[in-house]
Design a protein around this ligand. Structure first.
Ligand code: PEP
Ligand code: MG
Length: 581
C-alpha cells in the first residue's frame, strides 16, 4: 500500500481500478487473450522486440557517429533491457500463464522492473527509470501498429492516472466510466481541476510520481477532500474508505434537502448563488444543485471541443440551448477566453514564452476581430431569448474595455442594418481578474454595468504563481492579505458606484471563505454547481454582521496562515459539522 499526497481539487471519495495514460495517451488496459491466441500474442511480442532492437541499434550507431561514443553508449542499456533474460521471462510468463495481452505484459513487467530502479539509493540507477519508460513506449508503439488503444477505451469504472490532462481532454471524459482523476500536474484552480469539479468527478492533482507508482488495474483510493491517493489499499483501508464514501453520500443527500430554500443569512441578507458552466447541458445540473442562474458561461469550450472552427450558427445554437434550459433565469455569457492553457487548434497562434501573460483572452479577441464579431453577433441574436448579459474577460486597461464595447456596438449596427432582432440594452460587464483592474476599479465602473471578480486569475497574477503549476501550488492561496485587500478595494468601488459585483473564481466555492466574502459585502456568487449546496449551508448559518466583524479581523492579519486559521476556526464555530476530511 502506498499513500501519495497531492491537492484535492474536486471533492468526493472513490475506490476503483487505475487506468494509466502514458504521455502520448496510449492506454494499456488489463486485457486478456484466449488460450488459442497465446502463440500469436507471443509472436507479436517477439516481432515488437526485434523491430525495437533494430531501431535502437540504428540509433546507437548514428548517435555514436554524430555525438560520440559516450552518448551512443546510452543505447547499450536499452539493448541490454531487450535481451534481459529475467525481463523476457516475465513478458512471456504474463502471456503464457496469465493470458495477458502483449501490451499489458510489457507494461506490467517493465513497471515492476522499474520499481527496483526507482527505490535504488544510487541516483544513477534511479535515473535509469527514464530509459525503462522509453523502452516501454517503444515496444508499445510497435505493438500499437496493430492494436491502438485510445483514451476512450476503458471498459468499466476507472480512475484516470496521468501526468497531465488538458482541459478539453478532461471535458471529454465519460462520467459513466471515469470515476476519479489522479494526475501529477496542476494546482487548485487549473482549468483541468475546475472541469473535474464541475463534472463532479473526485480529483487529486499535484501527485508526484503517481504515473510511476501505478500500473493499470491497480486498485486506487482517490480522496478529493484530503488530497490523498492510496495505491493498493489494504482491507482495513478499503473498509474505512467505503464507510467514508457513505458518509460523503449521506452528507450530500442532507445538503440536497436545502436545495429549494433561499440562500439567506440568519439576519435576512439575500445572497444570489449562480453556477459556472462550460457546456449547455451543465445547466440542468446547476439548477439541480440550486443555482438561480448562470453567472459564468465559459464559452471557449465550444472551441476546445469542436472538430472545426465554430460558426456563428454553432455559437448561436449553444447559447439558445443554454438559455432554453434556464427557463427565464439569468445568464452571463463570457466572451472567448482562449489562449494560455486553453489552446485552440483553429487559431494560428505563434508560440509564446509566457502564454498567461501573452495574447490571451480579450487581447486575442481584439487581435482577431472577425472571430470576436462572430461570437458577439451570436450572443446578441440570442439575447432576445432570455435574460442575457455579456462579459469581457481579462480586462487590464480601460482602453481594452472601450475597444471591446466599440466592437459590440459595431455588431449592433450591423444587426440593425439587417433588421435582425437583439436586445439593445443588454447588460455589459467585465471580469476583474488582473491586479491593474482590481487596484483601480473606479476607472471601469462608469463603462461597465457589472463587475465579476475572477479570483483564480487575480490570485495568479497578484502572487505571480502559475495556477496550473504543481511545483508552486503551495504558494497559490486566496488567503493572501494582498488578494483580500484587492477584493475589498473592488467591493468598495462597486458599492460607491452602485455597480453590481459578483465573484466567479473557485474561492467563492470554498466554504472557508464564505464568511469573509459576505463580510466584505459580496451578495452574488457564481461557483461550480457542485459547491452550491455547501456554500448555501454556510450562508444560512451565518449573520452578516458577524461576517463583517470577521472580514475586519482578516484585514488586520499579515500572513495567509493567520487568515486561513482564523477563517477555519470561525467557520467551524458557525457550522461544526461542515464536511472537509
Ligand atoms: C477566474 O479567473 O477566476 C475565472 C473565473 O475565470 P477562469 O477560471 O475561466 O480563468
Ligand atoms: Mg480567469
Amino acid at each position: 500500500m502506498e499513500i501519495i499526497k497531492g491537492i484535492g481539487v474536486s471533492s468526493g471519495v472513490v475506490i476503483c481500478p487505475a487506468f494509466l495514460l502514458t504521455e502520448d495517451h496510449l492506454h494499456i488496459g488489463r486485457r486478456s487473450v484466449n488460450v488459442a491466441e497465446i502463440e500469436a500474442e507471443k509472436q507479436r511480442l517477439q516481432t515488437a522486440i526485434s523491430l525495437s532492437s533494430d531501431d535502437i541499434r540504428e540509433l546507437r550507431d548514428s548517435t555514436t557517429r554524430d555525438l560520440g561514443k559516450e552518448t551512443g553508449a546510452i543505447f547499450y542499456f536499452h539493448l541490454g533491457l531487450l535481451n534481459d533474460r529475467e525481463l523476457l521471462k516475465a513478458f512471456i510468463g504474463g502471456i503464457e500463464e496469465r493470458h495477458y495481452t502483449a501490451e499489458y505484459t510489457v507494461h506490467k513487467a517493465l513497471r515492476e522492473y522499474g520499481k527496483h530502479f526507482l527505490e535504488h539509493p544510487d541516483k544513477y540507477f534511479r535515473e535509469r527509470i527514464k530509459d525503462i519508460y522509453d523502452i516501454e513506449r517503444r515496444l508499445l508503439h510497435k505493438l500499437a501498429g496493430r492494436d491502438r488503444i485510445r483514451l476512450t477505451d476503458a471498459d468499466g469504472p476507472v480512475i484516470i492516472v496521468a501526468k497531465d490532462l488538458t482541459p478539453s481532454q478532461t471535458a471529454a471524459l465519460d462520467r459513466k466510466i471515469v470515476k476519479g482523476i489522479a494526475i501529477e500536474a496542476g494546482g487548485q484552480t487549473s482549468h483541468t481541476a475546475i472541469i473535474a469539479n464541475s463534472m463532479g468527478i473526485p480529483a487529486v492533482v499535484g501527485l508526484e510520481n503517481i504515473t510511476h507508482e501505478t500500473v493499470s488495474g491497480d486498485l486506487l483510493v482517490v480522496n478529493g477532500y484530503s488530497g490523498v491517493v492510496i495505491v493498493d489499499p489494504d482491507e482495513v483501508t478499503i473498509t474505512e474508505h467505503k464507510k467514508y464514501e457513505l458518509r460523503v453520500q449521506s452528507y450530500e443527500t442532507k445538503l440536497q434537502g436545502i436545495r429549494n430554500l433561499p440562500a439567506r443569512t440568519l439576519d435576512g441578507e439575500e445572497v444570489k448563488l449562480m453556477g459556472n458552466i462550460e457546456f449547455p447541458h451543465e445547466v440542468d445540473n446547476a439548477l439541480e444543485k440550486g443555482a438561480v442562474g448562470i453567472g459564468l458561461y465559459r464559452t471557449e469550450f465550444l472551441y476546445l471541443s469542436a472538430e472545426r472552427e465554430p460558426t456563428e450558427d454553432d455559437h448561436y445554437a449553444a447559447y439558445a440551448e443554454t438559455i432554453r434550459r434556464l427557463g427565464g433565469r439569468p445568464i452571463i455569457i463570457r466572451t472567448l477566453d482562449l489562449g494560455a492553457d486553453k489552446y485552440s487548434p483553429f487559431l494560428d497562434q505563434a508560440p509564446e514564452a509566457n502564454p498567461f501573460l501573452g495574447c490571451r483572452s480579450i487581447r486575442l479577441c481584439l487581435q482577431n476581430i472577425e472571430m470576436f464579431k462572430t461570437q458577439l453577433r451570436a450572443i446578441l441574436r440570442a439575447s432576445v431569448l432570455g435574460d442575457v448579459s455579456v462579459m469581457f474577460p481579462m480586462i487590464s486597461t480601460p482602453r481594452e474595455l472601450r475597444q471591446a464595447r466599440f466592437v459590440l456596438n459595431e455588431v449592433m449596427d450591423d444587426l440593425d442594418e439587417h433588421n435582425i432582432a437583439y436586445n439593445r440594452y443588454i447588460r455589459v460587464g467585465m471580469m476583474v481578474e488582473v491586479p491593474s483592474a482590481a487596484l483601480l476599479p473606479h476607472s471601469y465602473v462608469d463603462e461597465s454595468d457589472f463587475l465579476s471578480i475572477g479570483s483564480n486569475d487575480l490570485i495568479q497574477y497578484t502572487l505571480a504563481v502559475d495556477r496550473g503549476n504543481q511545483r508552486v501550488a503551495s504558494l497559490f492561496t486566496a488567503a493572501h492579505p494582498a488578494v483580500v485587500k484587492l477584493i475589498q478595494n473592488v467591493m468598495r468601488a462597486a458599492k460607491r458606484a452602485e455597480t453590481t459585483v459578483s465573484l466567479c473564481g473557485e474561492m467563492g466555492g470554498d466554504p472557508e471563505f464564505t464568511l469573509l466574502l459576505v463580510g466584505l459585502g459580496l451578495r452574488n456568487f457564481s461557483i461550480t454547481p457542485h459547491n452550491i449546496p455547501q456554500i448555501k449551508q454556510v450562508i444560512r448559518s451565518i449573520d452578516s454582521r458577524d461576517a463583517q466583524r470577521v472580514a475586519r479581523r482578516v484585514l488586520s492579519f499579515e500572513t495567509p496562515q493567520q487568515i486561513l486559521n482564523f477563517l477555519r476556526d470561525e467557520t467551524r464555530k458557525v457550522l461544526p459539522d461542515l464536511f472537509r476530511d
